[in-house]
Design a protein around this ligand. Structure first.
Ligand SMILES: *Cc1c(COP(=O)(O)O)cnc(C)c1O
Length: 465
């Protein structure tokens, strides 16, 4: 299996190269040259498999023999061994033919663990094989950083540096990152906001001369193909549990960077019968405006109570556009330049196709809080704010009540106490038992001025020999 860039100006890469590279050299994102296809009979034969076994079925064709199947199986097994629920991704019924797929039983209580536990193991395996070391550098507004650190803390062949905006992530989110005391883990609290953190990371990827001889940077954000790939699995998992592939299933996905829902789109293209895919956004609603009104103008970022979806431009949307424009790299280069300049318009044809594939819905903080309150009042089930937006979207956009509708629950409510309190829930939402001592654990992080030279000096001083 070869991987090509959405901008069309990069030579095809192997799976391992793509995992190590992140962004393609031409500025595009990597996608597989051809998607694996599964017949209904084959999908049906997977009914009853455990989560890691199913993951192996879905992932193996993308790896296509570059990693021996026995090793790939071991990597996958290890990646889901740290989840705190026997089912890994349990389904809970929330209404008539309406379900919640709980994706928050991993080590950091958000769905990002599904991909980042695997990516950490995968990177370490590839590096060991090549006798190579890399430096992971990433910026986080909250969930990605802790999931990446948990995924990488045991890796022998890499150092990880995560930048978070000083005093601008929640206490739980900060402690989930800063209480990991492994020698290869470094938290930088940057005196700036999330965009400043991201700019530091971008500038460092563009000029890596500050690194010691022979080292390079690797990316763990959702432009890394391996993250998307790992997320395809749970769409098959949920559908199989609800009667698929003999019956179609619909999904509603709380969306920020368009990574998670893009994985759902891929599952559908690979042969899984999916009826509806609902894009759920908060007040940062560029995707909802794009699908509903062909309005892809960038607005100023609004801070919401569902902060993991606070984005201005969704980077993985480019991967969808590549397909909507029949994989024309030049066209995508043009479109992305327009998007970057602040405004992009889709052709009638592309928009029509997007609307066939996706529904969309926007819920602001008030609507989200009302959903948490209402579901709590009816059933005593506490939603996290992102999931609440997903559920509101599922209910608003659903076309067919005989098709199961699954909302992806992307985080545990204890991570987002502000939203839960705003919904009138007076107790502090409780952390699961394995994290009950989070407030007592020792923290380690370094506050660094917003100065690229200081950030890079700190990294150079702390990269292992
Ligand atoms: C990252 C995140 C999202 C958004 O996922 P994307 O793949 O960026 O669309 C939604 N909810 C939570 C809790 C997250 O951490």
């Amino acid at each position: 299996m070869k991987y090509i860039s959405t901008r069309g100006a990069t030579a095809p890469h192997s799976f391992e190269q793509v995992v190590m590279t992140g962004l393609a050299p031409d500025g595009g994102l990597f996608v597989p040259e051809h998607l694996p296809q599964f017949s209904r009979e084959e999908i049906a034969s997977w009914a009853g498999l455990g989560y890691p076994e199913l993951a192996l079925k879905v992932i193996a064709p993308f790896v296509d023999g570059e990693i021996p199947e026995h090793d790939l199986k071991a990597l996958i097994d290890r990646s889901y061994a740290n989840f705190r629920h026997e089912a890994i991704a349990p389904l809970l019924q929330s209404g008539h033919n309406e379900w919640i797929l709980e994706l928050f039983h991993g080590p950091t209580l958000a769905f990002k663990d599904f991909a980042l536990q695997f990516l950490g193991n995968l990177l370490d395996y590839i590096l060991a094989k090549r006798d190579q070391r890399v430096v992971i550098m990433g910026a986080t507004s909250g969930d990605t950083g802790s999931a990446a650190i948990e995924g990488c803390k045991q890796c022998k062949n890499l150092d990880i540096f995560i930048l978070h905006p000083h005093n601008r992530v929640s206490e739980v989110q900060r402690r989930q990152m800063t209480t990991v005391l492994a020698d290869n883990v470094h938290n930088i609290a940057l005196q700036g906001n999330f965009d400043d953190c991201q700019n530091m990371v971008k500038a460092s990827f563009a000029d890596q001369s500050f690194l010691p001889e022979g080292r390079q940077l690797a990316a763990v954000n959702s432009i890394n193909w391996a993250r998307i790939m790992a997320q395809i699995v749970y769409y098959f998992w949920a559908a199989l549990a609800l009667g698929g592939p003999h019956r179609a299933v619909s999904f509603s996905v709380p969306t920020g960077n368009f990574g998670d829902i893009f994985a759902g789109y891929l599952a559908k293209q690979m042969g899984l019968p999916i009826e509806q895919l609902v894009i759920a956004t908060n007040q940062n609603d560029i995707l909802h405006r794009c699908i509903s009104a062909n309005d892809h103008t960038t607005h100023a970022l609004q801070h919401s109570l569902a902060p993991s979806m606070d984005i201005m431009i969704s980077s993985n949307f480019e991967r969808l556009l590549f397909d909507l424009y029949d994989r024309d790299g030049d066209k995508i280069t043009e479109l992305m330049a327009a998007a970057k300049a602040g405004q992009m318009n889709l052709s009638d044809d592309a928009l029509g196709r997007a609307r066939e594939l996706f529904s969309s819905y926007r819920s602001d903080d008030a609507g989200m809080v009302e959903t948490i309150r209402q579901v709590w009042a009816v059933s005593g089930y506490l939603l996290d704010p992102h999931t609440a937006i997903g559920l509101a979207a599922a209910r608003a956009c659903r076309r067919n009540s005989t098709t199961p509708m699954v909302t992806l629950a992307t985080a545990h409510p204890a991570k987002f106490a502000d939203a839960v309190r705003a919904a009138g829930y007076h107790d502090e939402p409780e952390l699961p038992a394995h994290m009950a001592d989070l407030w007592q654990r020792e923290e380690r992080y370094t506050v660094v001025e917003q100065d690229i030279a200081k950030v890079q000096q700190f990294m150079a001083d702390n990269i292992s020999a």
